[in-house]
Design a protein around this ligand. Structure first.
Ligand code: CP
Length: 295
């Protein structure tokens, strides 16, 4: 069984093939019933709106049986380890487990233990990785820039705590996209990438802005006076981008007027909902690639 823990698990060729399939799913050219004999379980130990619903929609469109384990009512609360939970779900008949967890590296460890028994798909673990989000982000970028080589993106916000940023930082340069990280110093990881503390200084240079949510749940201490203070410098506003020919992205959930202004959320340059729509097609293509035909 193949696992999908980070974007490094796929070659560039595999990614392009997956995108080609995703495009067909998006256009309705391929009906998709490839997982009609599969059973997949989702285990979300952290909250989710998009990723969980998107995976469920993708699985159902591919004909798979889907069980969403309700973690709050599961035996995890009785002290069962995650590995034992996973092994039991495999025994019940799960061909794949889609896992979101607050601890970085959990999906990697699960994949090692389950080995060939069930596929493990990372739906976001701690601040480590969110590979399907990065895939749908790249797919969305390539809808506007079919040859993304040399395009420039500013990733803005709480980069240090963002699994979305981490996965994109690994994936986008493989396709020739130049990244500038834009954040206050306390939100920047150690990096060799270009950095800036000023949105205004980079705005004229970039083709794409990816705004991120401030992940207060991962802060050990408050690192700025208030979200309003942060927004003054890092919220993407109409005033900031003016008439510039850019695309604006955000993985969601968006904190309006902190990450992106209300007005810009409705601007045609905002691709936030398009990312979500693309996400279902990209996840269908990933699931098909990983699971269809596999015993
Ligand atoms: N982008 C994303 O992971 O959103 P959810 O937390 O709602 O799944």
């Amino acid at each position: 069984m193949r696992h999908f823990i980070t974007t490094d698990d796929l070659t560039n060729n595999e990614i392009i093939n997956i995108f080609s399939d995703a495009e067909k799913f998006l256009k309705g050219e391929e009906r998709g019933n490839e997982l009609s004999k599969k059973s997949v379980m989702t285990l979300f130990f952290e909250n989710s709106t998009r990723t969980r619903s998107s995976f469920e929609m993708a699985l159902k469109r591919l004909g798979s049986r889907v069980i969403n384990l309700d973690i709050s009512k599961s035996s995890a609360s009785k002290g069962e380890t995650l590995l034992d939970t996973a092994l039991n779900l495999k025994s019940i008949g799960a061909d794949a487990l889609i896992v979101r967890h607050s601890d970085a590296g959990v999906t990697y460890k699960l994949a090692q233990h389950l080995n060939s028994k069930s596929s493990v798909i990372n739906a976001g673990d701690g601040s480590f990785a969110h590979p399907t989000q990065a895939m749908l982000d790249l797919f969305t970028i390539m809808k506007y820039f079919p040859d993304p080589q040399g395009k420039k993106i500013a990733i803005v916000g709480d980069i240090k705590n963002s699994r979305v940023a981490n996965s994109n930082i690994k994936l986008l340069p493989r396709f020739g996209i130049n990244i500038t990280l834009v954040a206050p110093p306390h939100f920047l990881p150690k990096t060799d990438l270009k950095i800036s503390h000023s949105l205004k200084k980079v705005i004229d240079e970039v083709d794409i802005i990816m705004s991120l949510r401030t992940q207060t749940e991962r802060h050990n201490q408050q690192v700025y006076a208030s979200l309003k203070d942060y927004a003054r410098d890092f919220c993407i506003t109409e005033e900031l981008i003016g008439q510039k020919d850019i695309i604006l992205m955000h993985p969601g959930p968006v904190n309006r007027n902190i990450d992106i202004s209300d007005g810009l959320m409705n601007d045609p340059r905002s691709k936030v909902l398009e990312q979500v729509e693309n996400g279902v097609a990209v996840r269908m293509a990933i699931l098909k690639y990983l699971l269809a035909g596999k015993k």
